[in-house]
Ligand binder design. Structure first.
Ligand code: FEO
Ligand code: CA
Ligand code: CA
Ligand code: CA
Length: 669
């Protein structure tokens, strides 16, 4: 082999300073190109986006709130070529909307406005093309271009498919559904498909007070455990006067205890909270929800493929005190499947049969994967919130009520598990824990050891764990199918300017103004194919608000990763007699952690991928300028990116950017 393994690399750029400017800032020597923005037309006949609230037809436009993204290479002839760095399909999640910028002025709940808002959610698939020397553009009207929205038909697969808990008036046999919602992070499989993850689906449903008395105790417990408690549902979609059940279904309230799922949409809530597999190369294909991977607030699904091993999927459940999960396929990876032409059949092979686990992090730096297998999972114990506890009836029940299964086996409650990613050299898995205002001194544990209350913290919650941290783990024997692992706390977030330096539990990683961050969310390792096969894996970390937005907009950092346990054992003193002994990573230095990018006003930095050669990086910019009103937006990006000053009424747009190095080199090196 000619592969030159160089690991770790050196960071090859000058750190970007804090910024509150309404522009994406990157290091000197780099260029930002704004790519697909909210509303951009993807079919040939869709008019240009006017961005004044009059635009319609979002089923043929780029959606809002760009989140996770992934590049799928195309050959010159238009076939699958995963190695292509010049032509490809950009697949991106559209997690949510900034409602006020989608309408002219008045928000009314009618079918037209609600349809527009629903269609601005979901996933977009758009062809991107390099016109030479990384002059990027998208191809309007490409035959590959597609929107997947909350209206798109989906199919259910795995243990819960066809179960009573998935039946609705639309799908009396519980095998199909309509669409996907709140698509946050993602995964890319080894067989060229895309996994989009349904995170905060619960909030879109309305459930009136009258519903409680009509539900069985089991149903009510499940609804509460999964947060389906809103009295309006996001944007009050279900109040639009219409007979279109794709809209009225957002009201999960049932009207009769004797009616059944064939009469109503009582179980529509169970149709969301899954990992949805999409074949981006086949615009006619029906996406498949993979129920074996469990139902919860799915953030992402990092896929680890290792030769002659089973395929593992690492998945966070982003809510305070929720768990990290792993699904391991029954089938052993066959490298020939990377070239399969029936790609969704490979999803059937590797994602419908296997074992789902929840993670327990022990205080000694070891961890256990606890199987969520019917017959092995005890009943979820009774508690004040769930006086009857919860007893599982079959594996479908465990898949639908995965959080109860995690409770029952004693998984470790984490500080909001967001993205997972893996080091392509070591196989170590990193998990961002964004923050947790609900973490109290008495509920700290070794893997979530910080809780403080500090009035010095500005720009965010001042108690709990306001800045988050990153945990990483290494499977025993480096085997995807391991039942145990070792772990440490790689890095702790902090605003290095506004904390009490006499407290030893805050700036644990020794961050400075050159590399401090709060609330890690997106995480990504450089591709192993960078620079023609030299493996120089940098870890990229993206942030989402937290307690630093008074000092700087959200950011992207690059790190030279170490390895689990390279820092050692420490005791974190939370004050008041509360300490946690834990295992940490090596401290941050100017050489191993640097800020690479700062985004525009109000944004969150979201998706990330590169072309296989590593010479173009794609990044998502979500909800820029969302703090103002429709008449006077809080920011105007991306119209500011070229240095111009738009009129005060110009509406900002979520957008995807391409970042290239002016000398043509690998980004970050
Ligand atoms: Fe959509 Fe947990 O971020
Ligand atoms: Ca996220
Ligand atoms: Ca987040
Ligand atoms: Ca967000």
């Amino acid at each position: 082999s000619t592969t030159v393994r160089v690991s770790p690399a050196a960071l090859g750029f000058t750190a970007v300073a804090h910024s509150l400017a309404d522009v994406v800032v990157v290091p000197q020597g780099y260029t930002v190109t704004v790519m697909t923005r909210l509303g951009d037309p993807i079919t040939a006949n869709t008019p240009a986006y006017k961005n004044d609230g009059t635009d319609t037809d979002f089923g043929n436009r780029i959606g809002d709130h760009h989140d996770a993204l992934a590049w799928f290479g195309l050959s010159a002839a238009g076939g699958v070529d995963a190695s292509s760095s010049t032509r490809g399909l950009m697949v991106q999640n559209h997690e949510n909307i900034t409602q006020k910028y989608l309408h002219v002025s008045t928000i009314v709940r009618d079918e037209a406005q609600v349809t527009k808002e629903m269609e601005a959610h979901g996933v977009s698939i758009v062809e991107y093309k390099d016109a030479g020397d990384r002059k990027w553009g998208y191809v309007q009207g490409s035959s590959f271009n597609r929107r997947i929205t909350p209206f798109t038909e989906t199919a259910f697969r795995g243990p819960a498919a066809g179960s009573a808990m998935l039946r609705t008036k639309y799908s009396p046999d519980g095998t199909k559904g309509r669409g996907t919602i709140n698509n946050c992070a993602n995964g890319v499989t080894g067989w060229n498909t895309y996994l989009t993850c349904e995170e905060n689906y619960a909030g879109y449903f309305r459930r009136d007070a009258s519903d409680d008395a009509l539900r069985s105790p089991r149903e009510l417990a499940s609804l509460r455990r999964n947060g389906i408690t809103s009295r309006t549902g996001s944007y009050s979609w279900s109040t639009a006067p219409t007979t279109n059940t794709a809209i009225t279904r957002w009201n999960a309230t049932i009207s009769s205890a004797t009616a059944t799922s064939a009469d109503d949409f009582r179980y529509e809530v169970n149709q969301f909270g899954w990992v949805l597999e999409i074949d981006p190369y086949d615009p006619k294909s029906t996406p498949r929800k993979r129920t074996a991977l469990g139902r919860f607030g799915h953030e992402g699904a990092f896929v680890r493929i290792a030769a002659n091993q089973k395929v593992a999927f690492y998945m966070g459940d982003d809510s305070g005190g929720e768990y990290l999960y792993k699904f391991v396929s029954t089938a052993t990876w066959n490298a020939a499947d990377a070239n399969a032409t029936d790609r969704l059949a490979m999803g059937d092979k590797y994602m419908d049969n296997g074992i789902l686990y929840a993670a327990r992090f022990n205080a000694d730096g070891t961890g256990d994967w606890l199987p969520l297998v019917f017959g092995q999972v005890p009943p979820r114990p009774a508690s004040s919130s769930y006086p009857d506890g919860y007893t599982f009836v079959d594996q479908a029940d465990i898949c639908v009520n995965t959080r109860f299964a995690g409770d029952a086996v004693g998984a470790t409650p984490m500080d909001r598990p967001e993205w997972t990613t893996g080091n392509p050299v070591t196989g170590e898995i990193y998990l961002t824990l964004t923050n947790n205002s609900g973490r109290t001194a008495t509920t700290t544990n070794a893997a979530n050891p910080r809780s403080y209350s500090d009035p010095r913290v500005t720009g965010g919650a001042s108690s709990g764990n306001p800045n988050g941290h990153i945990v990483r783990l290494r499977e025993t024997g480096d085997n995807t199918d391991a039942k145990t692992f070792r772990w440490d706390l790689y890095m702790f977030g902090v605003d290095s300017t506004d904390y009490d330096a006499t407290k030893t539990n805050v700036n644990v990683s020794g961050l400075t103004t050159a590399n401090d961050f709060s609330s890690p969310d997106g995480a990504f390792f450089s591709r192993a194919t960078n620079a023609g096969g030299q493996i120089k894996p940098l870890l990229w970390i993206e942030t989402d608000d937290g307690a630093m937005t008074d000092r700087t907009n959200c950011m992207l950092l690059a790190a030279m990763p170490g390895t689990v346990g390279d820092g050692g054992a420490v005791t974190i003193d939370n004050g008041g007699g509360n300490t946690q002994a834990t295992i940490v990573g090596a401290k941050a230095t100017a050489a191993n952690l640097r800020r690479f990018l700062v985004g525009p006003v109000d944004c969150e930095i979201t998706g990330i991928d590169t072309t296989p050669d590593g010479r173009t990086m794609f990044v998502g910019i979500q909800h820029p300028g969302d703090s103002g009103t429709a008449a006077a937006p809080g920011g105007h990006w991306p119209y500011t990116q070229d240095g111009s000053t738009p009129a005060a009424s110009v509406r900002p747009r979520s957008a995807l950017i391409a970042i290239t190095k002016n000398d043509g080199g690998v980004v970050g090196l």
